[in-house]
Design a protein around this ligand. Structure first.
Ligand code: ZN
Length: 217
């Protein structure tokens, strides 16, 4: 049986390595070798939904967690996924979106109109001030906002984009999941009407008129 001294020495050594884990590159991955793309919504409890502890328990940390509005594939999501997968030992991607999402709650065209009412020229805004090379073409702002018509369809599309992206190797496992905010449970994305009947899965179910600017078409 190990002495307490042995156990403490092992624990201290383990913590020392954990603290400088990233300098080991692909040899110092997070615990689950996992990258999670999730909506920023405070009603989406990522750890509970996935049964993980994404970040910072000492010696642990199951995932690199990336959150944005909707949990959708964007340029910065691709940038982050590319880094963790190609250089930090990550082998799996989870896309986690949810019903009742704010990204279903309005039409992108109405958001553009609201911004224009504030005097903002949406065709002339820097989307990354530190990288002026990245600019939106005139008229693309609405698509850039990324409002959704249907969360399940968007989740499926995001998984496809990641699976087929040239910076994501073919052996990376990619899956998408929907958190039902109403029932606090996880399900696979589906377009089956009965399976999601009691949830706010679409902009129409949240009372939004018309289709979104066609980012996910
Ligand atoms: Zn959301």
């Amino acid at each position: 049986m190990a002495t307490l001294r042995d156990q403490l020495e092992a624990r201290v050594a383990e913590y020392d390595r954990w603290a400088i884990r990233r300098q080991y590159g692909a040899e110092g991955p997070n615990m689950r070798r996992l990258w999670v793309l999730a909506c920023m919504d405070e009603r989406l409890p990522v750890d509970e939904a996935l049964g993980i502890r994404a970040d910072s328990p000492v010696g642990g940390g199951d995932a690199h967690l990336f959150r944005n509005a909707g949990g959708i594939v964007t340029d910065d999501a691709i940038r982050s996924a590319m880094l963790t997968i190609n250089f930090f030992g990550t082998k799996e991607i989870i896309v986690l979106q949810h019903t009742g999402c704010g990204m279903l709650s309005a039409n992108g065209n109405d958001l553009i109109a609201a911004l224009k009412d504030k005097g903002i020229d949406v065709d002339k805004v820097p989307i990354d001030p530190s990288l002026p090379e990245m600019n939106l073409q005139a008229g693309a702002f609405g698509k850039w906002i990324g409002m959704m018509d249907d969360v399940d369809e968007t989740c499926i599309k995001c998984v496809e984009y990641l699976k087929n992206h040239p910076l994501i190797p073919n052996d990376i496992v990619v899956s998408g999941w929907i958190w039902e905010t109403e029932f606090r449970r996880l399900r696979a994305p589906t377009t089956d009407a009965d399976a999601r009947a009691r949830t706010q899965y679409s902009s129409a179910s949240m009372g939004v008129q018309g289709s979104q600017p066609p980012r996910w078409a």
